[in-house]
Design a protein around this ligand. Sequence first.
Ligand code: FUL
Length: 635
Amino acid sequence: MKTRPSAFVVFYLLFIIAACGAVARQDKVNAAFPARAVAPSPRQLAWHKLEYNAFIHFNMNTFTDAEWGSGAESESTFNPTALDCRQWARICKEAGMKGIILTAKHHDGFCLWPSKYTNHSVASSPFRGGKGDVLKELSEACREYGLKMGIYVSPWDRNSKLYGDTPKYNEYFKNQLREVLTNYGSIFEVWFDGACGEGPNGKKQQYDWPGFIQVVRECQPDAVIFSDAGPDVRWVGNESGLAAPTSWCTLFRDRFYPGTPDSQPLTEGHEDGTHWVPSECDVSIRPGWYYHQSQDGEVKSLDTLLDIYYRSIGQNSTLLLNIPVDRRGLIHENDAARLLEFKRAIDATFADDLAANAEIVATNTRNDSTAFAAHNAIDADHKNYWAADDSIQSAALELSWPKAMTFNRVVLGEPIEYGQRIEQFTVDADVHGEWRTIAKGTTIGHKRILKFDPITASKLRLQILRSNAPPAICNFQVFASTQRSFISPVQTFAPAQPGISYQYYEGDFQSVNDLKRAESRASGTVQHFSLDARKRDERFAIAFTGFMDIPADGIYYFRMRSDDGSRLTIHNQTVVDLDGIHGMGQLKEGTIALRAGLHPFNLEYFNVVGERGLELEMRAPGAAWAPIVDKLLKH
Ligand code: FUL
């Protein structure tokens, strides 16, 4: 049974919420709230927070229409006509990505930088007259756009004569690694593929993994190293970008190695794993990793990308979304458009955190917990979080609002710098005085997003049923997404006459539905609509129809107040329904997800005994409530 926290704790939490951003006491908590034995390193912690990065496959294969090259390709084949890394960086930035990892060298061995150790590079190609260096251009573009840069370097090299001659090739590869890791500024991730083959001498190359890792640590101590088995970041076990609902950041790392055949356990990880090696979800926006003109029409749909988002970032992983740069050396228009559409959809979904206006209480709070406000996602440093006492392995956090809210997404997070703890939880909503479980799960980790059908409730709780150490939470957010029902604008705009049409009726109305049967007394068009305070007993109705010119895609909120009855409909969707309220003067709110463009609306109002006119306001994404301005009404 749930017990209330002490009055002091409640007061403390309320005070903090009101203060909205209290002074953190991180030092004290670090000492008082010990991390689990296996916890992330600072470089891993920084990496978790990036969440969404771009993978760019662009190299020799782009020009041969291949996915894997043989290494025998002529350098003259590499010839982008309009390469512009600033275009890549601009689009990735606009898409909300935080870094770009580029295939500096793929399995065919061609180097996108002028390596001193081989002729099989841009230096022997027609690109910029043999003076080009794609890594240099990318590092400059990333710096300009505030993005991080990462490097994919394939140890498998089908061009090098040394491959298979184990010590010699390992030395060659380390030299190349030093080049890419010292000449291009700070590198946030080094991406190692585990593929391994035989060299021209017929011998299988034995990679010196400890040596490769040492070079990265020496040259770029802040970079995380990715491979099937880490050491810092692990492959998620599939190339579809999907983590599992149970997703541990910990792993029995020594059971795996790059190229491991046993990749299935990599998806979930191991709760008792010996090392912190979180998963990364890599997937391409098209069927191939490299650009193929034949796949221009096969860019993943918005729905597919959203599904990937919820199952990667939403399941305690990160998303490394591949964009195949084309033969011009540009991100193709189709991919760019989809990336931005994806960004807009995510932004619209996670725009307004309803938990920001909730009161929050916990069944147990350790005395020395730092201040916690439910909407702490904005606190990327996790300075504020809630934690339970040492002996506690289960607890509940409860949000409550003064009036019922409708929502369909919950975002949770643990302050993972203290280790990953939660093993089982439910999210329950209080519907008419009864708790109903609306979502349940096992792990939370850095981020867990729960999707469910819209529910209206004034209380919502997170019940932590089991955890391997006292549980802690740094993020508890609640959203109302209308993502699935984004409405497209009308394509043709042909009003009968300019202005907003109106129909005027007289009578003793009980509902706006009565207007369907009523005969209008007057009609015409107006440039504005406004309904100021009325006299009592006027007994009339008016219906306006017109178009709203919506400036940008997003979730729009409308709120209305009238005395007797009113209703706002956009397209055929009822947005605010105040029908038949009769004299209550109640304020009602509704939302609708609209794409930019013209949307037909219908606004009906009737007066019988009330005195109020019609108060109608709108809240656009990122804006405050404001009356609907004339420029939104298309004349
Ligand atoms: C794989 C490679 O063999 C593919 O070509 C691609 O680079 C992918 C990301 O990793 O293992």
